[in-house]
Design a protein around this ligand. Structure first.
Ligand code: SF4
Length: 668
């Protein structure tokens, strides 16, 4: 089964299409006036004939123009030509291809700067002649490596290419010049539409049994296409149109490749292909032949970029006309540099917004398709409640504008947080997560909420805490002794982490003795034992005690001691009137100064020191007031005292003391 593959880049380039459209428009709008082209508009007799039918003539020099309009073809012309037409009062329709126009500007600019201009291209081609005419200095036109080698020019040098040059050929020539001269500025001005077409012809010709190249026999770019195809394919048929195409030359070929020059209308391609098709049974046309479909405003089409400049993107929409997408319909950010962000061959989906931009192009909008896709995506994210990330872009009355990628959404101030936020401006630039809570595509209304997520998180946290608390409460009971870490220490007590519920120990339950500050005893993180005193399941309050783990010291004391018992304890503190001695841990008794010794005591400190151990005798126990009277002197018997008599007695007494002292000495 034979297969015909038509190159996607075949046929009119945007520059030629634009020129043809401009010419038709001019003729249509200015009926009755003379309209002509300077030289044949394109190298295609069929098209030239069709233009003639519209009243568009051809002149070959400025002198031939008498009045009306002159159309400058896509090849462009020298600068002086414009001046000459203007002087004659001829109105100019400038159909110079924007690519060629940009070469003119470069040549003018660098020649003014003193560069020597070198054009790589065919010196007989009108485009090359036109380019040369924009230089202020001498221009060298070369088209071979040999010419480059023998070239002698002044530096600095600026090199440009004829738009239809073959890239490898241009590079080889530039390499030679760069090797000879260091100060060379090179502009690869080969038209990307041309290089794309040539690359596709190269690729197709390597697979095809026969290559059919459609285009004017005089057309430079068509001739180059045929040359490229011949390098890879044995049978290459160069034909101008279906009329001159001999389908029998296909001669049983299974795979036929078709390409066409930049000046070949799509109609010509279709006619040639139909002729092939008619000559074949069971021809299997490539999908790219699905041409000339019906289009209407609102249709969404798949297209391929064929040219791009600062303001527009031209696309092939497989229609009789190419499509044009204005910058404002292509990108949101008008500072985008289209030529660097869009490449020839890029696939673009766009919506038809107008069937004719005035010069025959179908007007499209990529942004409308993006918008529809965004709306669809937003609807889906709204319905599924997907969590989205966004960036706060602006503060407006009543809330914030959040860029959620697909669109800008409004976030009312109360939807930002669970609590009131005073300064919304402080949120600018922040990344937020949220959900679309309201979407009305007709009103273009998207309400975004962060609060809804925070609330959910809070609810989930609370539910988890409640479950944990319930579990904790189910395993504790009053009277139970638990081991738990201290969560928090406050002035009025400590909170224990009972694994889901807090246990509270009041400061008065920390110890049997008086505690001024709980922090003197404990810090957060300490692990303590505590007894659960009460559980209130309604309020989830659990009261605990630490001191309750031990018996009350007074009870311990009364169980251990009674009046008259003796013991030993530490002097805890000294006062003027006596010393406090710890009888049992947590219970102190007072040794009054009068009970320290049988002898007269001047000061308590002369007998006892804080911290020292001392023996004591319990003299009194006041259960009501919880007071204990201690004595040290009653541990020993009081020394016997003689009554005071007279001087003589005094002397005897004095002698007696001496005897006692001696006796004590002997007793030692
Ligand atoms: S081939 Fe390129 S430079 Fe020439 S007219 Fe077409 S688009 Fe313009």
């Amino acid at each position: 089964m034979r297969k015909i593959i038509v190159a996607e880049s075949a046929g009119f380039c945007f520059g030629v299409q634009r020129a043809v459209d401009l010419a038709r428009k001019c003729a249509t709008e200015n009926r009755g006036e003379k309209v002509c082209t300077l030289g044949e508009l394109i190298h295609n007799p069929g098209v030239v004939e069709s233009l003639k039918a519209l009243g568009i003539g051809v002149i070959n020099s400025v002198d031939e123009a008498q009045s009306g309009f002159v159309i400058i073809r896509s090849h462009g012309v020298k600068k002086e030509i414009y001046e000459q037409f203007e002087q004659k009062g001829i109105k100019i329709i400038d159909a110079t291809c924007p690519y060629v126009k940009s070469i003119h500007k470069k040549v003018e600019k660098y020649s003014e700067k003193g560069y020597t201009l070198i054009i790589v291209g065919d010196d007989q081609h009108p485009e090359v002649k036109g380019i040369a005419g924009w230089s202020k200095n001498e221009v060298y036109i070369i088209n071979s490596v040999e010419q480059a080698m023998s070239l002698e020019v002044n530096q600095p040098i600026c090199i440009v290419a004829q738009t239809t040059s073959i890239k490898s050929h241009f590079d080889a020539i530039c390499d030679v010049i760069k090797g000879k001269y260091p100060d060379v500025l090179i502009f690869d001005t080969i038209c990307s539409a041309t290089s794309l077409r040539q690359a596709e012809a190269e690729r197709l010709s390597k697979q095809a049994d026969v290559m059919v190249v459609i285009g004017g026999l005089e057309s430079s770019n068509t001739i180059k296409l045929a040359q490229i195809c011949r390098r890879n394919c044995k049978t290459v048929i160069h034909t101008e149109s279906a009329d001159s195409f001999d389908e029998y030359k296909l001669n049983g070929a299974e795979k036929v490749g078709v390409t066409a020059g930049a000046s070949t209308p799509r109609q010509n391609i279709t006619e040639v292909v139909h002729k092939m098709e008619n000559s074949m049974e069971n021809a299997n046309l490539d999908k790219s032949l699905e041409d000339f479909k019906r289009l209407k405003v609102g249709d969404i089409v798949k297209s391929k970029v064929i040219a791009v400049n600062e303001e527009e993107v031209y696309v092939d929409i497989s229609y009789k006309s190419d499509g044009i997408i204005k910058k404002a319909d292509f990108v949101q950010d008008l500072y985008t540099d289209l030529p660097t962000s869009v490449a020839i061959g890029d696939e673009v989906e766009a919506m038809v917004t107008d069937m004719n931009d005035g010069v025959g192009n179908v007007v499209l909008s990529k942004l409308k398709v993006d918008e529809l896709a965004s709306i669809k995506e937003i609807q889906q994210k709204y319905e599924t409640g997907e969590t989205l990330k966004g960036k706060i872009a602006k503060v407006v009355k009543g809330g914030l504008i959040v860029d959620i990628g697909l669109a800008n959404a409004f976030m009312p101030a109360r939807q930002y947080a669970l609590r009131y936020v005073e300064d919304l401006n402080a949120l600018l630039g922040k990344e937020v997560e949220g959900r679309i809570i309201e979407f009305d595509k007709d009103k273009n209304k998207i309400i975004f909420s962060r609060r809804v997520i925070l609330q959910e998180q809070l609810d989930a946290r609370r539910a988890a805490e409640a479950a944990k608390r319930e579990a904790a409460l189910s395993v504790i009971e009053e009277g139970m002794v638990v081991e738990a870490p201290i969560k928090n220490v406050t002035n009025f007590g400590v909170f224990l982490d009972l694994g889901g519920v807090d246990g509270f120990v009041h400061v008065s339950d920390l110890a049997w003795r008086r505690v001024n500050k709980p922090e003197d005893l404990y810090k957060a993180g300490d692990v303590v034992n505590a007894k659960i005193v009460s559980i209130d399941k309604e309020t989830n309050k659990v009261k605990c005690t630490i001191k309750g783990l031990t018996e009350e010291p007074w009870v311990v004391f009364t169980k251990t001691f009674k009046e008259g018992d003796t013991g030993e304890g530490t002097v805890k503190s000294i006062t003027k009137f006596g010393a406090f001695v710890e009888v049992v841990p947590g219970v102190e008794g007072l040794v009054h100064i009068s009970n320290l010794s049988h002898e007269k005591v001047e000061s308590v400190e002369s007998v006892l020191k804080a911290g020292q151990l001392t023996k004591f005798k319990i003299m009194t126990i006041d259960n009501e007031k919880r007071k204990i009277g201690l004595s040290i002197k009653d541990l020993t018997e009081a020394p016997k005292r003689k009554p005071i008599q007279n001087k003589l007695y005094y002397k005897e007494e004095s002698n007696s003391s001496m005897e006692d002292a001696f006796k004590k000495y002997l007793d030692k």
